[in-house]
Design a protein around this ligand. Structure first.
Ligand code: NAD
Length: 288
């Protein structure tokens, strides 16, 4: 069997096309969704991510603002900025790019974002809403995985899913989303013994580890769906996932490539969340 390749580039493009339609309808009502990104310090990877977010906003016709602050910014100054953005009528989504410098308490900063504008889904209230099954913003990468599964008509209800990785950004919200979609979910991590034994039970394997080719053919049951969230930079500068793509594609029924898979979905989902935030915050105008 050779797996169906799940084309994140195409699925993200289709999602962005749908969003363009919604953005045009909002424009007719005088509403322009706006995203503010707060970037602290000079981390080169963060600068690249933020530029990509700005580009996506421009492509879709969203308002975007990038607030760059120096590495040594005081935490209170950063929180003051977030309060201003919370109050701004032009801004519907606020994202604080991580990592933050070590003198800054991530929790205090993320906790200062208005839950209505928490398009990254990292505010403790958003996390709680996801766990109790209430409406709210969901972190963009795992939300992107669910979107890919849905577009590919892969029904997760009643399936056995194994998530490898338990981070707050990917693994844990991924598991919560799969539970919400009625999968039977196991979470594995660095202290899981006999990883392959567990993952071979899965109908759906989701790798969010950060270790090149950790998931090989021996981890995958024939016919399983394999989603690779990992993004690892190889010594030659190219990108590779957590899954040994060439080996696993021979036995999986569907697989995401790296690059061109889940990574493409993350920014598209951020755009979707920003449009959603604008709709929620303008509900009175849309309704009237
Ligand atoms: P993280 O370092 O916070 O978490 C990694 C997880 O992997 C941990 O929970 C750890 O327990 C687990 N792990 C480590 N070694 C393991 C092993 N040998 N066996 C089983 N589990 C093991 O990383 P993260 O932020 O969750 O990111 C994971 C990967 O996803 C990284 O490669 C990251 O670059 C990528 N990522 C991609 C996107 C995207 O847009 N595609 C977004 C976020 C993260």
């Amino acid at each position: 069997m050779t797996a169906t390749i799940m084309d994140g580039k195409l699925i993200a493009k289709q999602l962005k096309e749908r969003l363009k339609g919604e953005i045009q309808s909002l424009a007719a009502l005088g509403i322009k969704p706006g995203l503010a990104v707060v970037l602290v310090g000079e981390d080169p990877a963060s600068h690249v991510y933020v530029r990509n977010k700005e580009k996506a906003c421009a492509e879709l016709g969203l308002h975007s603002e990038v607030h760059k602050l120096p590495d040594n910014v005081e935490q209170d100054k950063l929180i003051d900025l977030i309060r201003l953005l919370n109050a701004s009528e032009e801004i519907h989504g606020i994202l604080v790019q991580k990592p933050l410098p070590s003198h800054i308490d991530d929790k205090a900063v993320i906790g200062a974002i208005s839950v209505d504008k928490d398009v990254d889904g990292f505010h403790p209230v958003s996390v709680g809403n996801l766990l109790i099954g209430d409406e709210g913003f969901v972190p963009c990468t795992p939300a992107g995985v669910m979107e890919m599964l849905s577009v590919m008509n892969i029904d997760v209800a009643g399936k056995r899913a194994v998530v490898i990785g338990r981070s707050n950004i990917v693994g844990k919200p991924m598991a919560a989303l799969l539970i919400r979609a009625h999968a039977t979910v196991t979470v594995c991590h660095s202290r899981t013994p006999n990883l392959a034994e567990v993952t071979r039970e899965a109908d759906i394997v989701i790798a969010a580890i950060g270790k090149t080719k950790l998931v090989g053919a021996e981890h995958v049951r024939p016919g399983a769906v394999v989603i690779d969230v990992g993004v690892n930079r190889l010594p030659d500068g190219t990108l590779a996932g957590d899954v040994d793509f060439d080996a696993v594609k021979e036995i999986a029924s569907a697989i995401t490539p790296v690059p061109g898979g889940v990574g493409r979905m993350t920014i598209a989902m951020l755009m979707k969340n920003t449009v959603e935030a604008a709709k929620n915050l303008s509900a009175a105008r849309i309704g009237g």
